[in-house]
Ligand binder design. Structure first.
Ligand code: DGL
Length: 269
């Protein structure tokens, strides 16, 4: 059987992409992973398309220089501007949009799908276009949730965190009132708010984690291409960030267990 021992690269503007890493550790425990969090420039979601694209190219090139076999852009915001750009060949990488949309279209019964993501992702229209490509009859209800990333990055995620609950109600009650049965968490930070989101929307609404779906999607693709390393355990993780590694590790603990894993500071120029 064909195998490939090179690591898988994953990047995000900050810590959110660790939701994809968590899934990869679960489903591909033997794979080595290199993660880049562009913590010096997070958030991306408030920036222009041109700036986000420039950052995405730098993130992508950094991981390529590290010798990875495949790249997951585990950032909804970066993914939303990368679609269709030829510097990101489909054979070399995936974003989170198609994997999340495919999962949502599979999950929905009433074909009313909600999408929450950063302002830039929602403005790009990428999620909607992808849904209508796969399920043209679906009704899509999108909502930018710009306060969610700062809440998550600052640890305001618990179900009893009143400010987070108040903000989430403001964003989500209109979607609930539309009768959606599936909600795409279109930003990879948002699964940390799943408890609050689930409380507001109720158990009848299926939450789709875009990061976790991208991890599953990558596994399938790598298996098809004979690019898995064939090991069943013992995968390593290397973390890079563009700002303080100490701060990164402190925050990253909320996303994945970091026993003995250190982060290294890097430059993207
Ligand atoms: N995790 C990023 C995303 O999925 C965070 C957004 C940001 O940097 O604004 O969109």
């Amino acid at each position: 059987m064909k195998t490939d021992s090179r690591p898988i690269g994953v990047f995000d503007s900050g810590m959110g992409g660790l939701t994809a890493v968590k899934e990869l550790i679960n489903i591909l425990p033997g794979e080595d992973i290199i993660y880049l969090g562009d913590t010096a420039r997070v958030p991306y979601g408030t920036r222009s398309r041109e700036t986000i694209l420039r950052y995405a190219v730098q993130d992508f090139e950094f991981l390529k220089r590290k010798g990875v076999k495949f790249i997951i852009a585990a950032c909804g915001t970066a993914s939303s501007v990368m679609i269709g750009e030829e510097m990101f060949p489909k054979e070399e990488c995936t974003g989170v949009i198609l994997p999340a949309v495919e999962a949502a279209c599979k999950a929905t019964k009433n074909k009313k799908i909600g999408v929450i993501a950063t302002g830039a992702s929602i403005r790009s229209g990428s999620y909607e276009r992808c849904i209508s490509g796969i399920m043209p009859e679906a009704e899509v209800y999108s909502k930018a949730c710009p306060m969610f990333v700062p809440l998550v990055e600052n640890g305001y995620c618990g179900r009893d965190c009143e400010p987070a609950v108040a903000i989430a109600k403001e964003y989500l009650e209109p979607l609930r009132d539309e009768g959606i049965d599936t909600l795409i968490l279109g930003c990879t930070h948002y699964p940390l708010l799943s408890g609050i989101i689930g409380d507001i929307l109720g158990s009848g609404v299926k939450l789709i984690s875009s990061g976790a779906e991208a991890g599953k999607f990558a596994k399938k693709l790598l298996a098809e291409k004979g690019l898995l390393n064939g090991r069943q355990s013992g995968g390593s993780i290397r973390l890079y960030c563009t700002d303080s590694p100490e701060l990164f590790c402190e925050n990253a603990e909320r996303f994945i267990e970091l026993d003995g894993i250190l982060a290294e500071k890097c430059s993207l120029d």
